[in-house]
Write a protein that binds this ligand. Sequence first.
Ligand code: AHR
Length: 333
Amino acid sequence: MKRICKVGLIFWLQICFLAGCGVLKPTEIPAEPEAENDLIVVGYAQVGSESDWRLANTESFRSTFTEENGFELIFIDGQQKIENQVKALRNFIQLEVDYIVLAPVVETGWDNVLSEVKAANIPLIVSDRLVDVADDSLYVAWVGGDFHKEGENAIDWLNTYLEKQGRADEEINIVELQGTLGASAEIGRTQGIARKLTEKPNYHLIAIESADFIQSKAREVMSSFLQTYDDIDVVIAQNDNMAFGAIEAMKAAGKVPGKEIIVISFDAVRAAFEAMIAGDLNVSVECNPLHGPRVAEIIQKLEAGGTVEKIQYVPEEVFDQENAAERLPTRSY
Ligand code: AHR
């Protein structure tokens, strides 16, 4: 596989791409192309920067795919739009990168562009969310969390918590804030939660709406839930940032989050541990964003001519107010 140094060209294309997305001004000057080297060029089409989790995921790639580790990383922020990500993939093909990593914003809509990537002979690794494609040979491997299991874990935690509180047989009203509709993290968590709810006839999902994994949107949606329903027992936010938005809405409405309303979320970012220690958040089901080292390992194996596992789950735990203070110092994101 050829290893021409494309640093100047890469920089120029990133400027063009980002200028097209309105992120950078098109007046910036590209660097001059540099001499040849042996770096493995990896194009990463990231979802966006919608959450603390996403920033930790980006940092995991940036700190792993360094020149010292033998990589040249071309990072593109898709700003949560599939069209930006498709454009990024086509730019990577033009650049003849050695590998492509895709964290797809939603599952569908990838067959054509992934076929183009395959036709260009560029191995593609899917990270975080999955792609729903007719031909799974369009990607080499997928690395991410078990979203369905995460959803189930959230309700298992609620069952145990309510039992401990002596409330196991109470009628429980639940509202749910979903992530971006059509994203694997949303689909898996929604389904995992729904499946477990069928086992609990006294749990009632009274409202469900997407807030796109975004804190400010969750604040708005939760405010409207609070205006409509005066008997909410539990809010399930499909990520920590939406839980933070819901907590803000509850406080603004004079409710006590974590006590009057049980707050459940996903990700387990540092700020979630702080919210659990403060008593605002009851539990955060971990979604591990540290995919960089695992993806680098896959690439190294492929470089050595080896084969890799197609589906690779990252380890995940559940953290609540009982273990948050003890575990916070060990957390890296
Ligand atoms: O796909 C993973 C999800 O995307 C995380 O739960 C969320 O925070 C992020 O935006």
